[in-house]
Structure formats: C-alpha cells, structure tokens
Design a protein around this ligand. Structure first.
Ligand code: ARG
Length: 499
C-alpha cells in the first residue's frame, strides 16, 4: 500500500514530545507500543479526516481562514504524496496521527498546533478506520460482483455439460456444469451481503466524539460527516470510541467470501483429479512438482482454500480483542489493525486468483456424462415417473429399488435393464418410465423452481446477473478516497470573514 518511509530526525528526539510537550517514553517501549508500522495503510484516511476537521473548525470560527487554508493545503499535499508513495513521516511516533501532527507542526510551525482542537485520537482512529473499512469493503464488493457475473456468463456457456451432483461425496443426481456454477455464485452472493453490511455499519462518522464524551467547543459534526461522505453520525460518544463492531463485521464479511471460495476451490481440486476428472486444468494455472514430472497441480485453488484460515483467524482475533473490554477506549483496540487492514488485500487477492484461473478450467464433457450414464443417478427420476403414473411414492421407491437390485444381480447397468425385466418387477414400468434413465432427460425434467431444467437454470443465471449488478451499484456508492479529497476541497473555507 502506501509506503510510509521512516525518517530519522536530527538529534534523535521523538516527535511525540514535539506534539504533546510530554516527556518521552522509554524508547524500547515506544518502539513496542507504536502502531505506526500497521497504520501505514491508514495514512490517507487519516489525512482526509483531518482535512474535513479543519474545514469544519473554520466553518465554526475555531480557525482563521489563513490558518485553515495552510493546514488544509498541507494535509492535501501529504495526501497526494501518500498517493504517490513518497510521503515521509518520522518513525519515532506512537502512531500515524501523531506523526502527521508532528510533521504539520514542523512544516507550518504554530499553526500545526491548532489542528487537534475538539478531537482526540480516539475519535480520529475510529474515523480513519471507518473510512478504510468502508473503502476496502466496497472495493472488495466490486470484485466479488465481477466474479459472480463471470460465473453467470460461464454458466451460460456450460449449460449442456452434464456431470453428477454429490451428496455425502457419493454420486447423487445428474446436473449441468451451469447449475454447479450458479451454486458457486449463489453462495458468493450471500457472502457479498455480509460485506455490504460491513459497508453500512462502517458508514457513520465518529469524528467530534473526542476522547469519550464529546467537546465543549461549538463543533458541527454533521458538516464533517457530509465532507467525508458518511451516511450519518454515530449516536453516543462513549460507545463510539470503543466500538470496533464494524471491523468485526468486515472481517466476518471477508471470511464469508473466503469460505465460499474455499468450497468452490474444493470442488475444483477434486474435479481436476484423475479420480473425478470432470475438469481439465490449463497449463497457465497449473503448478508442477519438483520431483514428479507428470504432475499438474491445482495449487492456486489450494492456496485460496489455505488462505481462508487467515481470514477466519481475523474474525476470531476481533472477537477476542473486543470481548471483555470496558466501556470507552482501551489501547487494546490498537491491535484491531492487523485483521482490519489485512482483510481487504487478503480477500481481493483470493477473488482475483479465482477470476484469473476460472477461464483456464475446461469441463471434460465426455467424462461428466459417463459418470451418470449407467442410470443409477437417475433412480429417483424413475421413481418420480411412477408417481406421475399414480403410484404412491413409497411403492415407487421400493419398485425402483428392486429394479436397481435386479440390475446388480444381472451384472448390468440400471440403464440397460430391459422393459420385459422391468415389467416383472412392477406392472407400471413402461418405456416412458425407463426413458428418464437418460441423464439429459433427467436434467431437463427437473423444472421445479431452483432445479436443473435449462429454463430454470436460465432464470438462476439472470438472477445472478441482476444481483451482481445490484452489488456493484451498492459498492460504487462508496466514493474512492481520491474522490473524497476532491469533495472536501470543493468545500470553500467559509466562516467569519473578520477572522
Ligand atoms: N494508536 C492508537 C490506536 O491506534 C490511537 C489512539 C490512542 N489513544 C490514546 N488515548 N492513547 O488505537
């Protein structure tokens, strides 16, 4: 992300002292307690929070126009440097907030000391983190929406590839590859909903809550909220500064996406084995073995599944971090950083890997069809055909079971049982009933909502497309950080002209 390069300060003094005027902490403890290392991914968000804060301080006449202009200009300049990856901040700081304030004071002198009126790092870090989570969750949602749309598109192409569906990892009933892909996409949609919830939960402005109880200064929290394009403000200052539920929701949303991908990955990994053989793995995504020359391994999908462990770990990290904390802020909360900041890159990395790999997977049509050609996976269809003829289901189930048994006894496939033999088992067996042993007929026959019939799958594909579009729209409602910068800058530094 944004490299926040360390800069040793002349004389070895730490800026923490510069900013607060307080004595220095033991260097080894400052080094141990600092969050600066992890905060580097939050620097642009923090700068935007400060730019909005300055704009508001000016609007309520707590800053002169000249001071506000200088401060906001410097903050935007640092934002641009951070975007370009050239921002330098002193490394001897407790966190990114102090490092920025100290740099402002160094560059602007006295004016820098006016920035922190009516705020605390407690509401400041909550603001930066909310901006970060909202942005990361939105960018992740866009990526998931793309994957869902791509699965839907691919499903259209694969609609007549037949293969077995599994229950208990035993061949169960025939489906199409399209149907399988829609199943993957549908699971991803539920995960995406959790990410969308994380966006909503993050989308309220904490700035102005101060240390824990608000401020006696005449601030305008709603102006700040509008400048940062939040959907509203948090309700209660004490709750706000100790609240990390939104990051918990974010890690949960991220873990849910990974979970969906890991199950997709297992299908792919299994189906590319010679035991299943329904998918062929393209050279562009296959990994080899250092010893076995014949190997074409699905490492990409194994890594997707493996990285899911880290995403799940982030959820449990957040749950455990918050559990048992008292009301208000505790420094424990600083350790929200690793899970909150890692979730976005982790999840998007996995989604992108799957998106890149999917086009290099080819279904082996012949192999898929062969796995359901013996008719055994169509036994339920035979029983249902009897039910259509008025036979009670249990009787039909039993008769079909006897037919399966007969086939086994004769050493033939269920699909090869003759009509004469079948009629001995039950008088209701006729050619019409036995025709459903054809897997393609069986697939077409499941016209119930959510079933495998082509018209049903087409509806499901359209539903995936519509949901992917809706998710993308939702994600795009969260402005990118650069757009927020522009939005704040467009707000004139109005206020009492005499100041
Ligand atoms: N570095 C802290 C964090 O990231 C900032 C807030 C510190 N507040 C305090 N009162 N020490 O959570």
């Amino acid at each position: 992300m944004v490299p926040l390069q360390p800069e040793r300060r002349a004389g070895g003094s730490v800026a923490r002292t510069d900013a607060t005027g307080r004595a220095e902490m033991l260097p080894e403890l400052l080094a141990w307690t600092t969050s600066l290392e992890h905060d580097r991914s939050l620097v642009r968000e923090d700068l935007l929070g400060s730019a909005a804060h300055v704009t508001m301080l000016r609007a309520v006449n707590l800053l002169s126009k000249v001071d506000a202009e200088r401060l906001r200009g410097a903050l935007f300049a640092m934002f641009d440097e951070a975007t370009a990856g050239t921002l330098l901040l002193a490394d001897g700081e407790e966190d990114v907030h102090m490092a920025i304030e100290s740099r402002l004071t160094r560059d602007l002198g006295q004016v820098g000391q006016r920035l922190h009126a009516a705020r605390s790092r407690n509401d400041q870090v909550a603001t930066a983190l909310r901006l970060h989570v909202r942005d990361q969750a939105a960018r992740t949602l866009e990526e998931v929406a793309r994957l869902v749309a791509e699965l839907a598109e691919r499903a259209t192409v694969e609609c007549d590839v037949v293969l077995p569906a599994y229950t208990h990892r035993q061949r169960a009933q025939p489906i199409t590859a399209a149907f399988l892909m829609v199943a993957w996409g549908t699971q991803l949609l539920r995960a995406a909903d959790c990410v969308a919830v994380a966006i909503e939960r993050a989308d309220v402005s904490p700035l102005g809550c101060g240390a824990c109880s608000g401020t006696s200064l005449p601030i305008d929290r709603s102006l700040v909220s509008g400048l940062l394009q939040f959907n509203g403000m948090t309700l209660n200052a004490l709750d706000t500064i100790g609240d990390r539920d939104f990051t918990l929701d974010w890690t949960w949303g991220g873990a849910r996406v990974l979970l969906a991908l890991s199950r997709l990955a297992t299908d792919v990994i299994d189906f590319t084995t010679s035991e299943f053989g329904f998918l062929l793995i393209g050279d562009a995504i296959a990994a080899g073995s250092s010893m076995m020359p014949q190997k074409k391994n699905p490492d990409v999908f194994e890594l997707v599944r493996g990285k899911t462990a880290r995403g799940i770990g982030h959820v449990s990290h957040m749950l455990t971090l918050v559990k048992g904390l008292p009301s208000g802020y505790a420094r424990d909360l600083q350790d929200d950083r690793q899970p909150s900041l890692d979730t976005g890159p982790l999840v998007r990395g996995a989604v992108r890997a799957v998106r890149a790999a999917l086009p290099h997977l080819t279904f082996d049509r012949e192999r898929g069809l062969r796995a359901v050609a013996d008719g055994s996976t169509q036994a339920t269809d035979v029983a249902e055909a009897l039910v259509r003829k008025g036979i009670p289901f249990r009787e039909a189930y039993k008769a079909t079971g006897e037919l399966v048994h007969l086939a086994r006894q004769k050493g033939v496939d269920l699909a090869s049982v003759t009509l004469i033999d079948a009629a001995i088992v039950h008088a209701a067996f006729d050619q019409g009933v036995l025709d459903v042993l054809d897997p393609k007929v069986a697939v077409r026959a499941k016209k119930s909502a959510g079933g495998t019939a082509p018209e049903r799958v087409e509806e499901q594909i359209q539903a995936l497309h519509a949901a992917a579009d809706a998710l993308d729209l939702k994600a795009k409602r969260t402005p990118p950080l650069t757009a927020i910068r522009t939005h704040i800058e467009a707000h004139a530094l109005a206020g009492d002209p005499s100041r």
